[in-house]
Design a protein around this ligand. Structure first.
Ligand SMILES: NC(=O)c1ccc[n+]([C@@H]2O[C@H](COP(=O)([O-])OP(=O)(O)OC[C@H]3O[C@@H](n4cnc5c(N)ncnc54)[C@H](O)[C@@H]3O)[C@@H](O)[C@H]2O)c1
Length: 255
């Protein structure tokens, strides 16, 4: 097996359609020599159907990342398919509608708590659930949407992403002594189910394509996926707690 991830065993969460960033990660990872195990949430049969579109059949394990019992059983379930893990991809985000689309001032705590549980705390939960299978050189990679500024319509999801970015740095600190890295990819807007569920998300889609120095294709998940692969590979051995922007360069340009 050859390729950037030759011989690597990866756990990839977050596939729900073939537009999911996670689907592109899984596909490219297989094409580059990795063995992939997927987790699916909710509509398992749908995830299994999408998994069949990958170059190689990939097993799908059920995982609600807020369910302590499923997290506790994850390592054993993964072991049924691979004898260890070299990388874990967190490609999960969710916020109730009240938390998005301008609802920042009115969203109730219960809804905000859900957003933070699924989108922020789960990064640590997933890493810890997979940790028994990992060894020095392993990597955890997650997806963020640049949380250094407030965005129109992103609201509590933006707060959740700010928390995720911090959580990744803390994970880097706590797992560094075990030789495990934690890094995020800050992707520009991409037309996935998660993005479509944000009312008004299309408002800054056009602005993005116009302002990004390299331009930006809202339907091309490959650049973000490639960055995930690079961070999972052996080519960033001394990089942790980092956020790599894959946004056409948008973040670097003032308006
Ligand atoms: N699409 C964008 O514009 C964009 C930009 C930057 C970052 N991101 C981030 O990329 C990641 C992947 O999102 P996507 O855009 O590919 O959308 P997507 O809708 O394809 O993926 C989101 C995934 O989260 C999963 N999920 C939701 N609740 C879960 C739970 N309780 N347990 C386990 N899984 C759960 C869903 O099943 C789905 O597979 C998210 O973290 C998202 O915030 C997306």
């Amino acid at each position: 097996m050859s390729g950037l991830l030759a011989g690597k065993r990866l756990l990839v969460t977050g596939v729900i359609t073939d537009a999911s960033i996670a689907f592109s990660v899984a596909k490219l990872a297989q094409e580059n020599g990795a063995q992939v195990v997927l987790t699916g949430y909710g509509r398992l049969s749908l995830v299994e159907r999408i998994a069949k579109r990958l170059p190689e059949p990939a097993p799908v394990i059920e995982l609600d990342v807020t369910d302590p019992a499923q997290l506790a059983g994850l390592a054993d379930r993964v072991r049924e398919h691979v004898d260890g893990l070299d990388g874990v991809v967190h490609s999960i985000g969710f916020a109730p509608q009240s938390c998005l689309g301008g609802g920042f001032l009115d969203a109730p705590w219960e809804d905000v708590a859900t957003a933070l549980h699924v989108s922020t705390f789960s990064y640590k939960s997933l890493a810890m659930a997979a940790l028994p299978l990992m060894s020095p050189g392993g990597a955890v990679v997650g997806l963020t949407f640049d949380a250094t500024v407030a965005w129109p319509v992103y609201d509590w999801m933006g707060v959740a992403k700010a928390g995720l970015e911090s959580a990744s740095r803390y994970l880097a600190m706590h797992l560094g002594k075990q030789g495990i890295r934690s890094n995020l990819v800050a992707a520009g807007p991409l037309r996935t189910i998660a993005a479509k569920s944000i009312p008004g998300f299309d408002e800054f889609e056009d602005a993005w394509s116009g302002r990004a120095p390299l331009g930006w294709n809202l339907s091309d998940q490959v650049p973000a996926a490639k960055a995930c692969l690079a961070l999972l590979s052996d080519w960033f051995p001394a990089t942790t707690g980092e956020i790599v922007h894959v946004d056409g360069g948008y973040h670097a340009i003032g308006s």
